[in-house]
Design a protein around this ligand. Structure first.
Ligand code: HEM
Length: 498
């Protein structure tokens, strides 16, 4: 009994102390940030309880509509600022304050990476990890087939449709996930996984991405951990992440055995033009002493996570949209046929994209309209900075409201909520106002990889097949919230073109 009383008393004292601290003490960050517009806070929780944990992006966007492009939030005891809109994002991350937005903010639920992984490491260490990846996805390498997307796309279509002229494919978004996972695993590990293992990897990746899109209260206020237990999100992130880590640990062991046997057999390593899987590149820089052993595996987990869910959901959404709008498919086919010299479209490469302005405009509109990553993993400011006239303190967590930036009538006009490829009439990717790959030094390094895969997919799929809805009701292409928006399952009939 005494124990219970002591426990309750301690908790009460703790809460009262926190309330008093919040009411009467202001640290430097709070003093500076309090002048930024934002919703009123309550002691201890700040604005946490005003946010719908299952739809964090919507809550953030509703607040943007009320408080404007720069708005302050207090998440438990963490000072946060939400930035919305192309000009503000560009000013901060690309032009004036690039250096200040270099750091990623590490939430408690992401701590298993121990600051050593790709997404959450910072400073020079992060730069080393990032540059190894970036050097493998240069435009030149992608044009030369670095990710072998053509091969995997054709294989997928052949497997799905065999020799049939018409095939109803079940759960098209899952097929897109299988494709994306095969490409990423081949790129990172140099392997082609069997179907059973592939499906397990997909389920773990999906689990992490779905859960990581929810707001976890304990990321900001550890005493609220019981609320997260209810949503199970934290559990899903941790167990699935650990599964992927163990999976990659095993792959790394076999690389080590291979390397050691080469050394023992005194094999001469001959120079080769063939690309090595990324895991070998990371292993080499570990042997040189540039990164910690754990970084090899943890960074690859990040790349697989970030690479699979984003690209596959993009393909899932755009196929749904095109099935619902057959006239769009006709225009795509016409464009492919105009370029199909010597029946050569299956060999298309990313370098051809300038000859396909209509497909490129669909890609741009897909990035905008479906806005796959609604809110990025946050950054943290490393100095005070003035944005749109508001001073933001050093040490503030920064949320990029990408979905709001892409779908706001303030920036895109009255038809912002319509899918209209014509708004991107020019031929280039990277259109002004689009921030689907984030911005600045922590922007997505997989942009070119995605574009190359997305573009070749569009040409090869629609050159060879017409895809139609086997049912009477249009396909539901409204995404479900995750770190990347999740496309719901649907079926489609694939009709072979002659
Ligand atoms: C449709 C496809 C994709 C979208 C929409 C997307 C979007 C994003 C966004 C918004 C960020 C955060 C950027 C920021 O904080 O400003 C990001 C980061 C990242 N993405 Fe992507 N991404 C895609 C594909 C990929 C692919 C294919 C890979 C790798 C194969 C990848 C690897 C990463 C990594 C490693 C980071 C963390 C970068 C860092 O912290 O330095 N992404 N991505």
């Amino acid at each position: 009994m005494n124990y219970i009383l002591t426990f309750l008393l301690t908790i009460s004292v703790l809460i009262i102390t926190l309330v008093f601290k919040d009411l009467f003490y202001e640290d430097r960050i709070k003093k500076i940030n309090k002048l930024i517009p934002g919703p009123p806070t309550i002691p201890v929780f700040g604005n946490l309880l005003q946010i719908n944990s299952k739809d964090f992006p919507k809550s953030v966007n509703d607040l943007y509509e009320k408080y404007g492009q720069v708005l302050r939030l207090r998440l438990g005891n963490v000072e946060a600022v939400v930035l919305t809109g192309g000009e503000v994002l560009d000013e901060c991350f690309n032009k004036k304050h690039r250096e200040i937005f270099k750091e990623r903010y590490l939430k408690l639920s992401r701590y298993f990476g121990k600051n050593l992984n790709f997404i959450f490491s910072n400073g020079d260490y992060h730069y080393v990890i990032r540059s190894i990846f970036s050097s493998e996805v240069t435009v030149r390498k992608l044009n030369n087939g670095r990710i072998q997307s053509n091969k995997f796309i054709l294989e997928m279509l052949n497997n799905l449709c065999k020799d049939n002229d018409e095939t109803v494919v079940k759960d098209v978004p899952l097929e897109a996930k299988k494709l994306a996972t095969k490409i990423v695993l081949n790129f990172t590990l140099g392997i082609e996984e069997n179907d059973e293992d592939l499906l397990i990897v997909i389920s773990k990746v999906t689990s992490v991405f779905k859960a990581a899109g929810l707001l976890l209260y304990s990321d900001y206020l550890p005493i609220l951990f019981p609320l997260d237990l209810k949503s199970m999100a934290k559990g899903d992130i941790i167990t699935s992440y650990i599964f992927l880590k163990n999976y990659l640990d095993k792959k790394l062991e076999s690389i080590k055995i291979n390397e050691n046997s080469k050394i023992n057999n005194n094999d001469k390593i001959l120079p080769t033009t063939k690309s090595t899987p990324l895991i070998e590149d990371y292993y080499k820089i570990y042997l040189e002493g540039s990164i910690h052993h754990d970084s090899i595996v943890l960074s690859l987990v990040d790349i697989i996570l970030a690479g699979v869910d984003t690209t596959s959901n993009t393909l899932g959404f755009i196929m749904a949209r095109i099935i619902n709008n057959p006239e769009m498919q006709d225009k795509i086919y016409e464009e492919i046929m105009r370029n199909d010299v010597d029946n050569n479209s299956n060999n298309v490469s990313f370098s051809d994209h300038l000859k396909y302005p209509y497909i490129v405009s669909i890609m741009n509109e897909t990035y905008r309209y479906y806005s796959l990553v609604s809110l990025t993993e946050p950054n943290r400011t490393t100095d005070d900075v003035v944005v749109n006239g508001y001073k933001i303190s050093k040490g503030t967590l920064i949320i990029k409201n990408l979905r709001g930036t892409h779908l706001s009538k303030e920036f895109w006009g009255g038809d912002a909520l319509e899918f209209k490829p014509e708004r991107f009439k020019t031929q280039t990717l990277h259109q002004k106002g689009l921030f689907h790959f984030g911005a600045g030094p922590r922007g997505c390094p997989g942009g070119r990889y995605t574009e190359s895969m997305f573009f070749t997919f569009m040409v090869i799929l629609f050159k060879n097949y017409k895809i139609v809805n086997p049912n009477d009701t249009p396909i539901d292409d409204v995404g479900e919230v995750g770190l990347a928006m999740q496309c719901k399952p649907y079926n489609a009939k694939f009709i072979k073109r002659n």
